[in-house]
Design a protein around this ligand. Structure first.
Ligand code: T5A
Length: 251
């Protein structure tokens, strides 16, 4: 028997999640959340470039669902709608399965190396999509977070907020000619509930979350994100000497 692992009465080993890290996480964990087409991927890339140039630390860019080869396989199935007929609980389990692999293979190792991890969607998407908009009981979602995520919680979550009509129009314009994916294809009411859910998360956890007005042009959104990071995690974006780094230091 491995230390700390319970066994069943028949002697078989019981697998339980273990979160004791071999070394304490030294990096920072930043997640980006919001509705469809809010501009998360665009801003993850911009912030990563800024952090690489300014913080002297590595910046690891990743996304959910996905981020590791196995999780990317689950992503393809989820966005194709394979799990939709089974309902939001089954979908939440699949997002969780992808998240377990992503955390183990990529996020926790990067944090232990002292890198800043920038993740395009994380637990709040499960809360909003499968929970608030999908109807899954918040108690079930909290239980999943406890066993899947454990202590690996974001230090900062940037919630990119804009009316769903605008986000869906951006996503449609970008994917001109492509079929909408499993979640893009939901009715407008679903996307309105998503927006409300993300804003409610921000109100409930103001120390972790910052709401960014994503309806502005990409440079203005980027500037607001830099301000939020600089004020919440000042070690990552130390103040520049006067006259330096207005724009272009993210190139
Ligand atoms: N999901 C995910 C769950 O249901 N539960 C979960 O637990 C998790 C983790 C993932 C789907 O899975 C769901 C949520 C999602 O539906 P995805 O393709 O990763 O699928 O979906 P999104 O994260 O929504 O990705 P998108 O690419 O659609 O949106 P982004 O990343 O927010 O937007 P972005 O940056 O790609 O920009 C979209 C378009 O708008 C332009 C860009 O150039 C691009 O063309 N743009 C702007 N235009 C004007 N002004 C700005 N400020 C702009 N910023 C970007």
């Amino acid at each position: 028997m491995l230390p700390g692992r319970p066994t069943r009465r028949d002697g078989a080993r019981v697998i339980v999640p273990r979160f004791e890290d071999p070394a304490p996480a030294r990096g920072a964990f930043i997640t980006f959340e919001g509705g469809e087409g809010a501009g998360k991927s665009t801003q993850v890339a911009r912030l990563a470039a800024t952090l690489r140039a300014r913080s002297g630390r590595g910046a690891c860019v990743t996304r959910e669902p996905g981020g590791s080869p196995r999780a990317e396989e689950i992503r393809a199935a989820l966005l194709d709608g394979v799990a939709k007929p089974y309902g939001p609980f089954a979908e939440a389990l699949l997002f969780s399965a992808a998240r377990i692999d992503h955390l183990d293979r990529l996020i926790r190792p990067a944090l232990q190396r002292g890198e800043t991890v920038l993740c395009d969607r994380f637990i709040d998407s499960t809360r909003a999509y499968q929970g608030a908009a999908g109807g899954l009981d918040p108690g079930v979602i909290a239980a999943l977070e406890r066993v899947v995520v454990g202590p690996t919680r974001p230090d900062l979550t940037l919630i990119l907020d804009l009316p769903p009509e605008a986000g869906l129009a951006r996503a449609t314009a970008r994917g001109a000619g492509q079929k909408a994916d499993r979640f893009e294809a939901e009715a407008l009411g679903f996307h309105v509930r998503l927006r409300d859910a993300f804003l409610a998360i921000a109100r409930a956890e103001p120390a972790r979350c910052a709401v960014i007005d994503a309806g502005r042009d990409p440079d203005a959104v980027e500037a607001a994100i830099r301000d939020a990071v600089a004020s919440r995690l000042p070690d990552l974006l130390p103040e520049l000497p006067p006259g330096e780094g207005i724009r272009g230091d993210a190139a």
